[in-house]
Design a protein around this ligand. Structure first.
Ligand code: ZN
Length: 173
């Protein structure tokens, strides 16, 4: 699958809830996992591959590939800073401040409701991917000073993204 880069309109859209976990959704999640592994990355959200749906995949715990559907944050605590990247912003890394601990609710691929409390990288990745579902990107967390540092790189990525807008993802069956 093609990963949409900064500048692609879909990255700024608010994604819609998944209403039914059917075979098309399951196939899409598997394709997203393959795409994430190949990239390589530890998280990939549906809008990044052209689908405005509230779901993402993660591989933070070794050997564990998680399919997260209709996620919500119930509670957050603390703050931490970490040098983050994003597959929609090739070769760009920047310190981003986020909550350090989260309590979340989501559906797994079997439609089972999961409530979890996690911290560290898992929490960070979850919050980063959840942002994607609301059209929010990691650059939106940058300070003015950080933004000035990457402004030129951003323009280059944005031009790639605008070209990509000409090639929409195939429709779900
Ligand atoms: Zn991202």
């Amino acid at each position: 699958m093609e990963i949409y880069k900064f500048g692609a309109n879909i990255l700024r859209d608010k994604a819609l809830p998944v209403t039914e976990i059917n075979q098309s959704i399951l196939d899409l999640l598997e394709e997203m996992i393959e795409t994430m592994i190949l990239a390589p990355g530890i998280g990939l959200a549906a809008p990044q591959v052209g689908y405005a749906l509230r779901m993402f995949v993660m591989n933070v715990d070794e050997g564990v590939f998680e399919r997260i559907i209709n996620p919500e944050v119930l509670e957050v605590r603390g703050v931490s800073t970490f040098n983050e990247g994003c597959l929609s912003f090739p070769k760009m890394y920047m310190d981003v401040v986020r909550s350090n601990w989260i309590k979340v609710r989501y559906l797994d691929e079997k439609g089972k409701e999961i409530v979890r409390e996690r911290d560290g990288l898992w929490a960070r990745c979850f919050l980063h991917e959840l942002d994607h579902l609301d059209g929010k990107l990691f650059v939106d967390h940058f300070s003015k000073k950080q933004f000035r540092q990457i402004r030129d790189d951003l323009t280059v990525i944005e031009q790639t993204g605008l070209v990509q807008n000409l090639k929409p993802a195939p429709k779900l069956k």
